[in-house]
Ligand binder design. Sequence first.
Ligand SMILES: Nc1nc2c(c(=O)[nH]1)N[C@H]1C(S)=C(S)[C@@H](COP(=O)(O)OP(=O)(O)OC[C@H]3O[C@@H](n4cnc5c(N)ncnc54)[C@H](O)[C@@H]3O)O[C@H]1N2
Ligand code: MOO
Length: 390
Amino acid sequence: MISVEEARTAVLALAAPLAVQHVPLRHAAGRVLAQDVVATRTQPPFAASSMDGYALRRAEVEPDAMFKVIGESAAGHRFDGTVKAGQAVRIFTGAPLPEGADFIVIQEDVTRRGDLITLGHNIGDKDNIRPAGGDFSAGQTVTAPLLLRPADIALLAAMNIASVPVTRKPVVAILATGDELVQPGETPEPDQIVASNSFGLAAMLEGLGAETRLLPIARDTTASLKQAFALAKGADLIVTIGGASVGDHDLVAPVAAELGMEQSFYKVAMRPGKPLMAGRMGDMAMIGLPGNPVSAMVCGTVFVAPIVRKMLGLGIAEPEMHSAPLACDMPANGARAHYMRARLIDGKLHPDTRQDSSLLSVLATADALLIRPVDDPTRSAGEIGTYLLL
Ligand SMILES: Nc1nc2c(c(=O)[nH]1)N[C@H]1C(S)=C(S)[C@@H](COP(=O)(O)OP(=O)(O)OC[C@H]3O[C@@H](n4cnc5c(N)ncnc54)[C@H](O)[C@@H]3O)O[C@H]1N2
Ligand code: MOO
């Protein structure tokens, strides 16, 4: 058995970042920017008012000073003339600052009668002007790789980038296996249960930016598995679930081998997740997850999510480890790293008392995976534990 770290490295070696494609800005949210993008314009392109008021000359600002209003500058409609001594231009938020003016008095500080305004007594120093290029200038770069969030989309729009270079979405085929499984919504026979982790994994990977294909459930026969594998054709990654262990009906490894899988490893010193396998099948990377629902979801977090991120062009980051005091004493750990479902309460790690890898109700209420390293000795409450956030 190899270690979790060795397995993670081996999984990540199975795929490379995918090709670049251009998508309309409207479809770029949640995608990964694949190439640097350069602003084609300056924002704002002109000095602009940040308030509704009157544009005039700063040198003339004093209590009770009077000005003649000679025109108006509105957003989208500049005032074409020049503001001279004793003159002011009515101005609105976002409008270009007229020539000659270098100060905007907000309308609350002004009394207007006809074309004449009189300033109040507490004008202050703030000019209420947004300088040209105050936000960004033409030539400024948005640097790739970058997972595009709503604020990035707004920035790219302001930069007049209508088509965005992004990494192609990895296509992940998810193949649940087992005679006991039916799809949610179907009526199970007495010996059957409902497939769950395939749906959890699809949700996890789609959340990262992958496109998933949930294949029909394969039965525990060589023919059914082969048929299902054939449906994965064209995917970048196939993730199988179940049939990975040593039982008579665990056929994933032999069938995959028959179909040409070059195995990178089988079995990891990890709990849950021991019978994990990975390799390449032709153009696809292949990861075989254990069937137990929590094992599949934990391995999804620790191994599948990172390879999807790599395919998306987000690089290889070390898992983000956090630490917090343990809320209770813990017995020594054994020969497999234990990824324990835990809750963070008042800053302390509370591992659930029930750690069986079939318990989705425990996983669903956990917000952390407390990691007990191989052969970790007994620990006392208050000692620091390391965890992954879920
Ligand atoms: N003699 C041994 N038995 C087992 C070993 C071992 O080392 N020696 N390892 C155990 C460990 S650890 C795990 S993990 C499991 C993994 O087994 P498989 O990957 O072959 O998974 P299955 O047997 O197909 O299923 C296990 C369990 O999970 C349920 N399942 C499967 N797929 C789904 C799904 N898509 N949605 C919901 N539930 C699913 C299945 O019904 C079983 O209950 O092997 C141990 N045995
Ligand atoms: O390695 Mo298994 O995934 O503990 O239940």
